[in-house]
Design a protein around this ligand. Structure first.
Ligand SMILES: [Zn+2]
Length: 326
């Protein structure tokens, strides 16, 4: 769910000195000090490397990632697709169409400016620009912190979302587009998002529902709309709905279904071509289908735009609230 970054997006980054002032030790949340090209925790003495100007604030004992993954520049997350597959993807029509992200980011932006003149937004999975984020990410009045567990053109901070290296209540908005399926404990990540947000802070997330596994082995979860609402039970919903609908879900499952018949790469690539040509149009049906409540039950993915609440919903309240979508 991502597109290439643009130069405007890069220009909105805060400088390194300001970032160091803002960052905290992911283990004990104490301030960090610059020390011999690294960052050192002022309390627990943990040492965090800076790789090509990017601080790597990973609490190694609590993460699936190791600091050596980053100092050694291993491919932590984005496995490189085979050349043939990349060529096929480049020339064929896309199976996906995100109809909601641009409008959702516009609303997210409007709400952010109601809370702050210069809002600070943490982007999780922000090594590359998320789909539909171009206009939002180009806003110079917003201070963006692009974080990820991979190096990419926009990465300014490497951190694990299970242990966000920020003080409580220090962020105005968090974006997690195509992120929560990739974390081992989405409840802990949401608790972290809640912790770092200011009292009326906002979160925008997009997460798959009926979508084949991708970026394996880091693909842990899928959510129904009720399950998704429960993950965000400490937030009040401003908007929630399908990102891609049943048509898009069927297109992707059709492609995966066909590819399962073959193991040889050339044959799988040929099947991919066939699947794309015969199935790309299914996404256009979502323009019609997504107006129906049933679309939520068979969506390709779901989005949520929500505001931090002080009291989490009980499970009964989650179920009662979600009756509106049935
Ligand atoms: Zn520490």
């Amino acid at each position: 769910m991502s597109t290439k970054p643009d130069s405007q997006a890069r220009s909105a980054q805060p400088d390194m000195a300001a970032c160091i002032e803002l960052y905290r030790c992911p283990k004990c949340r104490e301030r960090l000090l610059s020390q011999d090209g690294s960052l050192a925790c002022a309390r627990c003495a943990a040492l965090y490397p800076i790789v090509d100007g990017v601080p790597v604030l990973i609490a190694e004992s609590q993460s699936v990632f190791r600091l050596a993954d980053f100092t050694g520049r291993r491919d932590t997350f984005f496995a490189r697709e085979p050349l043939l597959r990349r060529l096929v993807y480049a020339v064929l029509p896309d199976m996906s169409k995100n109809r909601v992200a641009p409008a959702n980011y516009r609303l997210f932006s409007t709400l952010l400016f109601e809370n702050a003149e210069r809002p600070r937004v943490l982007i999780l999975g922000g090594s590359i620009l998320g789909t539909g984020m171009q206009e939002f990410r180009a806003q110079s009045q917003i201070e963006f912190i692009d974080s990820d567990v991979a190096f990419g053109p926009l990465t300014k901070l490497v951190c694990d979302a299970h242990d966000l290296p920020f003080e409580d209540g220090s962020i105005d908005g968090v974006v997690a587009q195509a992120v929560l399926e990739h974390v081992s404990d989405p409840y802990r990540v949401c608790a972290e998002i809640h912790r770092v947000l200011k009292p009326k802070g906002l979160v925008y997330a997009e997460t798959p529902f009926l979508q084949p596994a991708h970026s394996t082995p880091y693909d842990f979860h899928r959510f129904t709309h009720i399950g998704y609402r429960r993950v965000f039970r400490s937030f009040g919903v401003i908007g929630m709905g399908p990102v891609g609908g049943p048509g898009q879900a069927l297109g992707h499952l059709w492609e995966h279904f066909l590819s399962c018949f073959f193991t040889a790469r050339p044959l799988r690539a040929l099947m991919l071509v066939f699947a794309r040509i015969t199935g790309f149009w299914l996404k256009y049906l979502d323009g019609f289908l997504n107006k129906r409540k049933a679309a939520m039950h068979g969506a390709f993915g779901l989005f949520i735009l929500a505001r931090r609440n002080e009291k989490p919903l009980t499970d009964r309240e989650v179920v009662d609230e979600c009756r509106a979508y049935d």
